[in-house]
Design a protein around this ligand. Structure first.
Ligand code: UDP
Length: 350
């Protein structure tokens, strides 16, 4: 069934990839807003892609008008970078919570389907071996550990959205990305340390001949998820065959891609041997240990492991991730170091 989809933050890492997947595999129409278009060059000009350059905290009328016209609303505007939870928690609250609450309320008012990003951060330091959407408790640190503001905001949004589902029949799906990685995650040229997520930061350091910093030794693990796998799951959620995704919560993660930060650093260095022009510099890169207080400040606290249970997504959406870490990192490196045409790189790798 053809649908009209409103994507706020469509130029983001998830947004642009989702838009492209929809335009190339479905007949749905997309109305997208963002402050920039640098990741959208492939989508702009497509007959089913309608873009508006704007800010969700300013262009409220545009949002309301298009929200009323669309079937599904996907608000992806948020700060999701740990360094910023620590350095600017109020901005995180204003954007991630306050600005998004307005969108949630409009979905309730106009009875629109809401597909909303929760986060794997929400499980915090839970000791469960696998995080389950319906049974795992959330374990967040004390208030001065400002890192947790993001997890706490997302938790409250999840609870508010859930409550609107119960009280007003809001048709929602909450999804929780687990460390999505891929070509367009962050800008590898961004020089400011901590402004990128870990994979981009490591690539940036290596190609600039800087040491790789392993925060607190790098033994902490993450279940990395390749963006294409994550977006495949999101498209199934939007499709919502037989209402399988309605009023449900889904972890979107890859439990088979669970690696320590140190292992990721080593795999990137290994892969770089295949790129002639970076072989020498990669061979000289040192791995150094850095105390998290020095790297992020006192308000940081880390998560030792974060593995999703994906039983819900398998059962209701028939989804399973298929990309391994080596392929995910290779495609990311190819994009940054060889060819910005990701579709072409993909055809050559697979
Ligand atoms: N990290 C690191 N060195 C860096 C950047 C990050 O060791 O230069 C660590 C960070 O402390 C965390 C992990 O890598 O344990 C993942 O960090 P990221 O910012 O990608 O996201 P998170 O999973 O913490 O939300």
């Amino acid at each position: 069934m053809s649908q009209k989809i409103l994507i706020l933050g469509v130029n983001g890492f998830i947004g642009n990839s989702l838009a492209w997947n929809i335009l190339t595999t479905k007949d749905w129409e997309i109305f997208g807003m963002d402050m920039a278009t640098n990741k959208l060059t492939h989508c702009l000009g497509h007959e089913r892609f309608h873009f508006f350059e704007g800010d969700i905290t300013i262009n409220r009328e545009w949002i309301e008008y298009h929200l009323k016209k669309c079937d599904v609303v996907i608000p992806l505007v948020a700060i999701a970078t740990p360094a910023l939870y620590v350095s600017d928690p109020i901005r995180v609250f204003e954007l991630d919570f306050e600005a998004n609450m307005e969108i949630v309320r409009k979905c309730v008012k106009y009875k629109k389907r809401l597909v909303f990003p929760s986060t794997s951060e929400i499980y915090g330091m839970s000791m469960d071996k696998e995080f389950d959407e319906y049974t795992t408790n959330f374990v967040l640190g004390p208030i001065p550990k400002q890192r947790w503001i993001y997890a706490c905001i997302k938790q409250l949004l999840d609870r508010v959205i859930y409550a609107y589902g119960v009280k007003d029949n809001l048709d929602y799906t909450l999804f929780r990305p687990f460390n999505f990685i891929g070509p367009k995650l962050d800008d590898i040229n961004e020089p400011k340390e901590g402004s990128s997520r870990v994979v981009t930061q490591f690539i940036h350091n290596i190609i600039n001949g800087l040491p790789i910093k392993l925060v607190d030794g790098g033994e902490q693990k993450r279940s990395f998820t390749f963006i294409d796998d994550g977006v495949d799951c999101l498209v199934r959620i939007i499709e919502n065959k037989d209402k399988a995704a309605s009023r449900r919560i889904f972890n979107i993660g890859n439990p088979y891609m669970n690696y320590s930060i140190k292992e990721v650093a080593q795999m990137i260095l290994d892969l770089l041997k295949e790129y002639e022009e970076y072989r020498d510099v990669a061979g000289k890169i040192q791995l150094i240990n850095v105390d998290s207080r020095e790297y992020y400040g006192e308000a940081y606290q880390d998560i030792a492991h974060r593995v999703p249970s994906i039983k819900e997504a398998e059962k209701h959406l028939g989804w399973k991730p298929t990309t391994d870490l080596r392929t995910a990192l290779k495609l990311t490196l190819d994009y940054h170091l060889r060819n910005k045409n990701y579709e072409l790189n993909k055809m050559q790798t697979r």
